[in-house]
Design a protein around this ligand. Structure first.
Ligand code: GLY
Length: 452
């Protein structure tokens, strides 16, 4: 069987890798992919191959020519551009929702209204189209809020505010300065909640649902809480697309999984199939909060796997991903038996840190970061470490170089969380991003508290 994974980030590399583990699959194409794949065992032996085409129609033509059996789409943007609609029109099987259904992620106010209507718990919220009205609201509300761009924002569109000044700043950034473009024409202002975040996933096949009875925790903040110098220097502990992840989340238990399915997943899926009448096929990502009083609430719904959550869940999942993908397409997800191995997994993300620019310094991700730094040390990683590449490129002389803020995921598995943590941190320290403007000093940065 031949699979094509569409995407280019760490989650998408991990999807390609997981399809490559399937007993049914003898070729995985990764489009547009990233050249890091050539450094991995499956890339070296040609099981996974990068196809650097981005245009959706060209992807469709490629799939027809190569006889691709199924396409799995990682990120939300191509889903919103209608990749699934285009592929299905050409008779190609897919895992992922059609353009019309991406609204669950790309229109927060729509989903918030849906959840409120069907009685699924979520924090109180108000929707604004006018920054003046939004600012008036936060000046008077008296409690802390989260300001969210209504549209897609690469997982960075929610700004958590400590006080009124923070909220005013967030409204200005999203609605006036358009930090996320048109996604910020409308905002949702939500009551800030405290507790533990949970990323929970389910596969839908158009008529059934298979909730994953396992979940992960993402670390969204750019810095560790005790890294006061960086927090001061960057003007706050900024939100990122994720700096690391671990699995199983310390709260995984049959009791909590059952509650999430009963209180959140089932009513939402029932509304999608029966109220909206949508034949949704693909992944649903429930961003949840469990507060100190054990109340579960929904922060957001996304239409894809989480990044970096998938990188640890995929390592723990023993079920064949090709069988899941085909069941999603065929409407037989109810026949799939999910299985999880007994390991713990920790994903620490290697990011671009402080580096020398041609003039002055780059602060590093999530602020301005440098690129083109040679990546060394990959061959010295322990053999059971999984690496998933994200922001990388190929340079004619230097080989693999950095090309993004989040560069690569170092995923370690072991019998205990502590051992997995030690292994991940022992290995990430073998890597270096050589800052060519600064005597090849290492400009790789990572958070130190993932999994703690
Ligand atoms: N883990 C955050 C996201 O995928 O949006």
């Amino acid at each position: 069987m031949k699979v094509l994974v569409y995407g280019s980030g760490g989650r998408d590399h991990c999807l390609a890798d997981k399809y490559g583990d399937s007993q049914h699959v003898d070729k995985v194409y990764f489009a547009p992919g990233n050249p890091g794949i050539q450094m991995t065992p499956k890339g070296k032996r040609g099981l996974i191959e990068q196809v650097p085409i981005r245009d959706l129609k060209q992807v469709s033509t490629f799939c027809v020519e190569k006889g691709i059996d199924i396409v799995d789409v990682g990120p939300e943007n191509p889903l919103e551009e209608g990749i699934v609609n285009i592929l299905n029109l050409n008779g190609i099987r897919t895992v992922g929702p059609k353009r019309e259904f991406v609204r669950l992620e790309s229109d927060r106010s729509f989903t918030d209204e849906l959840l409120t209507r069907i009685g699924v718990a979520k924090p109180e919220y108000r929707v604004f189209n006018d920054p003046v009205e939004a600012k008036k609201f936060v000046r008077n509300i008296g409690y802390q809020v989260v300001v969210k761009a209504n549209g897609l924002a690469a997982g960075k569109g929610a700004i958590v505010c400590d006080d009124v000044d923070d909220a005013l700043f967030a409204i200005e950034k999203i609605m006036v300065k358009k930090a996320f473009g048109k996604s910020g024409d409308k905002i949702v202002i939500e009551e800030r909640k405290y507790g533990t975040e949970i990323s929970f996933f389910a596969y839908l096949d158009g008529s059934h649902v298979m909730p994953l009875r396992m979940f992960a925790q993402d670390y969204k903040a750019a810095f560790d809480q005790d890294d006061k110098d960086s927090i001061k220097q960057f003007g706050g502990n900024l939100n990122t697309g994720g700096t690391g992840c671990y699995c199983p989340h310390r709260l995984v238990s049959p009791w909590l999984v059952n509650r999430i399915i009963k209180e959140i997943v089932n009513p939402t899926v029932n509304a999608i199939y029966n109220d909206l009448g949508w034949q949704y096929k693909g992944v649903l990502y429930f961003g949840l909060n469990l507060d100190p009083y054990n109340n579960l609430e929904v922060f957001e719904i996304n239409v894809r796997h989480g990044d970096p959550e998938w990188e640890v869940l995929a390592r723990k999942l023993s079920t064949d991903l090709f069988e899941i993908g085909m069941a999603v397409w065929e409407g037989s997800i109810d026949t799939i038996k999910q299985a999880w191995n007994s390991q713990y997994y920790v994903d620490v993300i290697a990011m671009e840190g402080r580096s020398k620019a041609s003039r002055g310094w780059n602060k590093g991700y999530p602020a301005r970061y440098g690129k083109g730094h040679r990546i060394t040390g990959i061959d010295s990683l322990e053999p059971d470490i999984a690496i998933y590449f994200a922001g990388v490129d190929k340079h004619p002389d230097k080989g693999l170089v950095t090309d993004g803020g989040r560069v690569m995921h170092i995923v370690a598995g072991d019998a205990t969380l502590e051992k997995a943590r030690e292994k991940a941190y022992r290995n990430i320290q073998k890597l270096s991003f050589e800052d060519h403007n600064n005597n090849n000093a290492n400009c790789l940065r990572f958070r130190k508290t993932i999994g703690l």
